[in-house]
Design a protein around this ligand. Structure first.
Ligand code: 4NP
Length: 169
């Protein structure tokens, strides 16, 4: 099982949507035995709480039920997850520092990714906008960014980890 941890600042807007869209695409493609996502926040403000109601409502619009409860990124996550996928450059810096401070070495090159590196509509460094102080339409924009980026991320992981569905053998 390849495990992916989505990380944002608060773990109530972007990363729960990242986790949910990833797991939905995995389900649609029949890859549940091979790929699995979870999510966590840099900060522990919302530990044990449901995601932002706008995140839940927007996912429901797409037929996706989010059951995740807030978590704070923990040291054990650095080993428990094969890949950590972040939303913006500040998240990247924070996780990179957390890894370095915990382990005394930087994360391996294939450990930490910015999700929009996989967004097929952009090139270069792009971020997933934080919708927390924005309107509901930004939650939909975030959902769309995460959906298309996760389709490409999953393609990448299938190749990288040599995942072959039984009927493709
Ligand atoms: P997220 O958004 O990092 O996408 O979950 C935020 C959620 C909460 C806060 C900031 C950003 N906050 O300040 O509580």
């Amino acid at each position: 099982m390849v495990k992916v941890l989505f990380v944002c600042l608060g773990n109530i807007c972007r990363s729960p949507a990242g986790e949910a869209t990833f797991n939905e695409i995995v389900k649609e493609r029949g890859l549940q035995e091979y790929l699995q996502a979870d999510s966590a926040g840099i900060m522990g403000w919302h530990v044990g709480k449901k995601p932002d109601p706008r995140t839940i409502k927007n996912a429901e619009k797409h037929g996706i039920t989010i059951t995740h409860l807030g978590k704070k990124l923990a040291k054990a996550d650095l080993d428990d997850f094969d890949h950590i996928v972040v939303m913006d450059e500040k998240n990247f810096e924070d996780v990179h520092k957390f890894y370095y401070d915990t382990k005394g070495v930087p994360p391996p090159a294939d450990k930490l990714f910015l999700i929009r590196d996989f967004d097929p509509t952009v090139r270069g460094v792009h971020e997933v906008i934080d919708p927390y102080y924005e309107g509901e339409e930004v939650f939909e924009e975030v959902f769309q960014i995460l959906w298309r980026s996760n389709e490409a991320l999953i393609n990448f992981l299938v190749e990288k980890h040599h995942i072959v569905l039984p009927e493709e053998e």
